[in-house]
Write a protein that binds this ligand. Structure first.
Ligand code: SF4
Ligand code: SF4
Length: 388
């Protein structure tokens, strides 16, 4: 069956009386691509429309529109061009899709509104988790074909098994296909607050290496766990937390030197309550450390409610890990296949005007599409997509 959308390269959307706007970064990229200075780019190709910088219109079409119907700056064309016609406004308004569809022959004739909503969400709002080894050995073709943005996992010896060149090669492939990547750092056996200094040193070194890989993928975030286990560390939680903060100082220092744009997102895992996270967030600036909330972990491992976690740490919220369970074990099911209350979570996002990174963490290939559909429905129901 034809995909829901496949550009027919008719060029219709490059015609009109105005074009999309370009950010300053996009202007720089286009200038570099054309081998021009920014002043030359402005002189030849750009124009102010009020405060917006747009591309000039020539003969009723964008100045970069070629006779072959193709874009002359395709590799660096503005974000709005790359995203078109899958515009988030469609999520809030079926009529917006019908209007766009009437002008764009790229949509499959019998595509349904639900299919288009799912496609927009998976392209614009969602990541799907995939460990790097499985990506390379099994799923890369599927990911490219389905155009899935990824949260690449580096857990379980992946940093030992693959070279920097392996990561660079995969990054090149994903970038060429315009796919976005975030990183989940390694976490098994990595207690940030270990009482043994040599273990703590090893933990920090492993995570520093992961920050270097995060930079390769151009990800602005790396999710990490604290490694705190209340069953074993609970008695000396305070001292454990102090050592964890020392480890984080070293990691943030490393990120500042080697990967200045990378922010560490601390996920909740086995912690019974948000005290350790609160303590960490109080010690580090918002720019350096954020929060990744995992509702499924909160339900299975924590003794506090979702509301307590979000009222304590919600101001640092930058990412959600989305998977389901039946309340007893960490099953990593597709959202909607367990009994977790995702409606309340998305209502909270709506009330607080937050649109964090949304990562599907279903640990089964067959659960990915149902999870994408379920989260797309939540996005459509609760989120004001103009936030993006
Ligand atoms: S109008 Fe639709 S099919 Fe035609 S070039 Fe634009 S996006 Fe592609
Ligand atoms: S930059 Fe390229 S894709 Fe965008 S409107 Fe111009 S010709 Fe079309």
């Amino acid at each position: 069956m034809r995909p829901v959308f496949e550009c027919a390269q008719c060029g219709h959307c490059c015609h009109g009386v105005a074009t999309v706007s370009l950010t300053p970064e996009e202007q720089t990229r286009v200038a570099e691509f054309l081998g021009l200075t920014k002043e030359e780019l402005f002189q030849k190709y750009l124009i102010y429309n009020g405060n917006r910088v747009e591309m000039k219109i020539v003969d009723g079409h964008c100045i970069f529109y070629g006779k072959d119907n193709l874009c002359k700056i395709h590799p660096v064309k503005p974000f709005h061009c790359r995203r078109w016609p899958l515009h988030p406004s469609i999520l809030n308004d079926e009529n917006a899709w019908l209007a766009i569809k009437a002008d764009c022959p790229g949509f499959r004739k019998d595509a349904t509104y639900e299919e288009v909503v799912t496609l927009i969400c998976s392209r614009s709002f969602l990541n799907v988790t995939c460990p790097f080894d499985l990506l390379v050995e099994q799923y890369l073709d599927t990911v490219l074909e389905s155009r899935l943005n990824l949260e690449i996992g580096l857990n379980g010896g992946i940093l030992d098994k693959f070279s920097v060149q392996d990561f660079e090669r995969v990054n090149d492939i994903l970038k060429k296909n315009d796919l976005k990547v975030t990183i989940h750092g390694p976490f098994t056996d990595l207690p940030l607050g270990s009482v043994n200094s040599s273990i703590r040193e090893a933990v920090v070194n492993i995570l520093k290496k992961a920050i270097d890989i995060t930079r390769i993928f151009g990800s602005k975030t790396m999710v990490i766990h604290t490694g705190f286990d209340p069953k074993h560390h609970g008695e000396y939680e305070k001292a454990w937390g102090e050592r964890a903060k020392e480890s984080l100082f070293e990691l943030i220092d490393h990120a500042n030197q080697k990967a200045p744009n990378v922010k560490l997102l601390i996920e909740n895992t086995f912690e019974y309550d948000p005290r350790l996270h609160e303590d960490i967030f109080a010690a580090f600036a918002q720019e350096a450390v954020g929060f990744c909330f995992d509702l499924a972990h909160q339900v299975v491992f924590s003794k506090c409610s979702m509301d307590e976690w979000l009222s304590s740490c919600g101001d640092r919220l930058m990412e959600l890990h989305l998977h389901d369970n039946h309340g007893k074990s960490d099953e990593h099911l597709a959202v909607g296949r367990g009994r977790l209350d995702f409606d309340s979570l998305f209502k909270w996002l709506k009330e607080h005007k937050k649109l964090p990174i949304l990562t599907i963490e279903a640990h089964n290939e067959d659960a990915v599409m149902p999870a994408i559909r379920a989260v797309s429905n939540l996005l459509k129901k609760y989120l004001n997509t103009s936030l993006k």
